[in-house]
Design a binder for this molecule. Structure first.
Ligand SMILES: Nc1ncnc2c1ncn2[C@@H]1O[C@H](COP(=O)(O)OP(=O)(O)O)[C@@H](O)[C@H]1O
Ligand SMILES: [Mg+2]
Length: 511
């Protein structure tokens, strides 16, 4: 051996530290080491304690074949023996006994010589470097001593490579999760706006108008009317659709946490702030932030929100400098913000800032024509969610009753009702007869007649029933919410029957 220890240390260190890609760095080291000592193959192993196995992450041979990462399971006693290795070890057919003999069989020594160098880092064995030379008796104590010089660079390189791999893996996971969640959100939105051409036509028209722009949108309407659905639509039809869509329920965050939730905090900003936290505004950068139930925002937080709206920058709690954010803001509330302003519960300046483009989502009772389609939509959706293979039909009488109900809880109430009905359903059509509050049900008992005057004829019952339904639909026969849909028959059939029964048609506005 002609090379000095210093030169050897420098030569190896330069190569093993030459790339973050451990394969590349090992290949360079391998080429260099071949000039210094007997060497035909080199392995870099890590001890995977979860698998109880050696994970061979690099395997280079003279013959240039690079097999995929191998996993070599170890019996428990051999694992413990490997873990206790602190000094370089020479495995050689001529001096094997006990554990080293078992190990030689496991690593397929087969008449060759191995020099194994345990790589310790801060009192932890993170892996093993193994040099192999073909034939017996190739390694001696001087080789072991030479390699001992470069344990640290190898250990450091391995440890960095592992951290780097982990970071890449986490990053790929995050990118993948993000794509998945975005697609999920989008698919929930994409096909699911029922009534976009009927009861929600105006709302959808406004949403489409405003979506491509960057301005603030305020959605107003009772709870359960679909404000969040509209917010989704606006985001996913905007140029920001690939960016984040961050939702904040202003009523659900405890007042003491609002600032750090919305604006984030620096490490050490207060007790418990053990690391940096990005707030929701920062997370929404490049996308949209949806401030739901904005009316519940405490007064102090309103001041800070106003500042964000004005300056488009935020300041983390405990932060020294403002951070610019590129966000679109959509706010929603079921409250009457204007009267909250006059009661001094909502800041007037904030109200002006938010009220640039208000969209009012009407309550379901003002768009009853959507009830049948929504009901069918939820039957299908909930069957999928509940794993019901064959969605049951809906009894026509039930649709009439549902349409006639006042829906104080709006679309959400209908959604919940359908779900409950499906869970309780025991075959046949869905009747919804035990679930609806029945103050409204009287209307549907069409053609009951007054029995004292004798029973009505079937035609009379039918005519009375059709008339009642026509009253409900204000004379509408065709299309969503029309009488034909409610009665679950073809509109032409209905007209034919009305002709026969002498029921006049044409829109009769009941005002
Ligand atoms: N037009 C619609 N089409 C389909 N589903 C709707 C529609 N409007 C509301 N929903 C559903 O009803 C529920 C309540 O809507 P949501 O947007 O949360 O109401 P809000 O935010 O106004 O309280 C949600 O599950 C939503 O998916
Ligand atoms: Mg909501």
């Amino acid at each position: 051996m002609t090379i000095s220890n210093d030169e050897f240390f420098r030569g190896v260190t330069r190569r093993i530290c030459s790339s973050l890609d451990i394969q590349v760095a090992m290949k360079r080291s391998f080429d260099y080491l071949q000039g210094c000592l007997p060497l035909d193959e080199i392995y870099l192993d890590i001890m995977d304690s979860q698998l109880g196995a050696i994970r061979r992450i690099v395997h280079l041979a003279k013959a240039e074949r690079e097999p995929a990462e191998e996993i070599v399971p170890l019996p428990e006693n051999i694992w413990d023996w490997g873990q206790s290795m602190t000094e370089p070890l020479i495995l050689d057919g001529r001096n094997l006994s006990g554990s080293s003999k078992t190990m030689a069989a496991i690593v397929k020594l087969e008449g060759n010589s191995d020099l194994a160098i345990p790589l310790w880092m801060e009192n932890k064995l993170i892996g093993t470097l193994i040099l192999r030379a073909y034939g017996e008796g190739r390694y001696h104590q001087e080789h072991a001593e030479l390699l001992s010089i470069v344990v640290e660079p190898f250990a450091l390189a391995l440890s960095n490579a592992l951290s780097y791999r982990e970071v890449l893996r986490l990053r790929d996971n995050l990118i993948d999760d993000n794509r998945f969640l975005n697609r999920e959100l989008f698919s929930q939105v994409g096909d699911a706006i029922v009534g976009g051409n009927s009861g929600l036509r105006n709302v959808m028209e406004m949403a489409r108008q405003v979506a491509p722009l960057a301005n603030t949108v305020l959605l107003m309407g009772e709870t359960g009317t679909g404000k969040e659905v509209i917010a989704n639509t606006i985001h996913f039809n905007s140029p920001r659709k690939e960016g984040p869509f961050i939702k904040v329920n202003c009523g659900a965050i405890p007042e003491s946490l609002i600032d750090s939730e919305l604006f984030g905090h620096e490490k050490g900003a207060f007790t418990g702030a053990t690391s940096i936290k990005r707030g929701r505004f920062e997370r929404a950068n490049g996308g949209t932030i949806f401030l739901d139930e904005i009316g519940e925002l405490p007064f102090q937080a309103q001041v800070r929100l106003l500042r964000v709206l004005q300056n488009r920058e935020i300041e983390r709690v405990g932060g020294e400098r403002p951070i610019a954010v590129d966000i679109r803001i959509i706010a929603a509330t079921h409250r009457n913000l204007e009267s909250m302003v006059s009661e001094n519960r909502f800041r007037e300046d904030l109200w002006f800032r938010l009220n640039v483009f208000p969209i009012i989502v009407p309550p379901l009772r003002q768009r009853k024509e959507d009830v049948p389609a929504l009901t069918r939509h939820f039957v299908e959706l909930k069957c999928r969610e509940l794993g019901i293979a064959n969605p049951p039909g809906i009894a026509p009488g039930a649709l009439i009753r549902l349409t006639n109900y006042a829906w104080p809880g709006n679309v959400r109430e209908l959604e919940n009702l359908v779900e409950r009905e499906l869970i309780r359903h025991r075959g046949g059509q869905l009747r919804f007869d035990t679930l609806l509050p029945d103050e409204q049900n009287a209307v549907t008992e069409a053609g009951g007649g007054n029995l004292e005057e004798g029973p009505l004829g079937l035609d009379e019952v039918m005519a009375a029933h059709i008339n009642k339904v026509l009253d409900m639909t204000e004379g509408k026969i065709h299309g969503p919410g029309g009488a034909a849909e409610l009665l679950n028959i073809n509109p032409h059939t209905l007209r034919g029957r009305m002709n026969k029964l002498g029921i006049k048609y044409g829109r009769r506005k009941t005002s």
